[in-house]
Design a protein around this ligand. Structure first.
Ligand code: SF4
Length: 227
């Protein structure tokens, strides 16, 4: 979920929750075996090229529980070193920026955990990374561009991947439900350099100081084309 519709008042949110409950039911009833057969038909073998971890397009949505797993794995890192708010969001009438997601932080154009030897947090990487290039949408298996597509994959590995995809779909829907249940709507307004950055997620409404996200305020203000 990247944006809650502007018109979503209490009844709009109720409708979205009902829709998500139906989606959750659908996701829980998905057959991992069927998805696995489809993966085998398409074919996939990771070539360890790192293309999905590098470049401008690399942007990994990460949930609060996943951030905690990475913090535990990479002892010493803070929440904001692991993840930050994306550039997509809306401004309220007091000039605060609101967003609904966390994304893994980057070093330049690349994921900050990418190294020449591969992912530095392999065992703790987010669900989105473990299932790339595949994803489920309304129960349908879809995929992004990837050099590994068409490669040979065994029955066991395709089933493992299918189970992860199903889990990711369920987690994404549950996270969206929790987010909506905690969501506090706001009056839309204009960007301001004096506002705050507010991230709504499945656990809470977090206030992040712009000073903790180098360059972020300037980028968002430029993006809003007001400055
Ligand atoms: S967390 Fe690991 S697998 Fe995911 S984008 Fe970063 S380097 Fe790649």
């Amino acid at each position: 979920m990247s944006e809650i519709e502007r018109s979503a008042g209490p009844s709009g949110i109720e409708e979205m929750l009902e829709e998500l409950a139906l989606q959750l039911e659908g996701a829980e009833s998905l057959s991992a075996e069927t998805i696995a057969r489809e993966i085998m038909r398409i074919g996939f073998r990771c070539r360890r090229c790192g293309d999905c971890c590098r470049g401008e397009e690399n942007s990994v949505v990460v949930f609060p529980f996943e951030i905690r797993v990475i913090i535990a794995d990479e002892t010493g890192e803070s929440w904001l070193e692991v993840a930050g708010p994306p550039e997509e969001g809306e401004w309220d009438c007091e000039g605060n920026f609101h967003t609904l997601e966390w994304r893994l932080r980057k070093t330049g154009r690349d994921c900050r955990y990418y190294s020449e030897n591969g992912c530095r947090i392999y065992g703790a990487r987010p669900l989105l990374c473990t299932t790339y290039p595949f994803y489920l949408e309304g129960g349908r298996l879809l995929w992004s561009e990837c050099r590994g597509l068409g490669g040979e994959i065994g029955t066991e590995d395709s089933l493992k991947l299918a189970e992860l995809l199903k889990r990711r779909q369920i987690v994404e829907i549950r996270e969206a439900i929790e987010l909506l249940l905690k969501y506090e709507d706001f009056e839309r307004g204009e960007p301001s350099p004096f506002g705050r950055c507010i991230v709504h997620d499945s656990e809470a409404v977090h206030e992040v100081a712009w000073s903790e996200i180098p360059g972020a305020l300037g980028r968002r203000l430029r993006r809003s084309q007001k400055w």
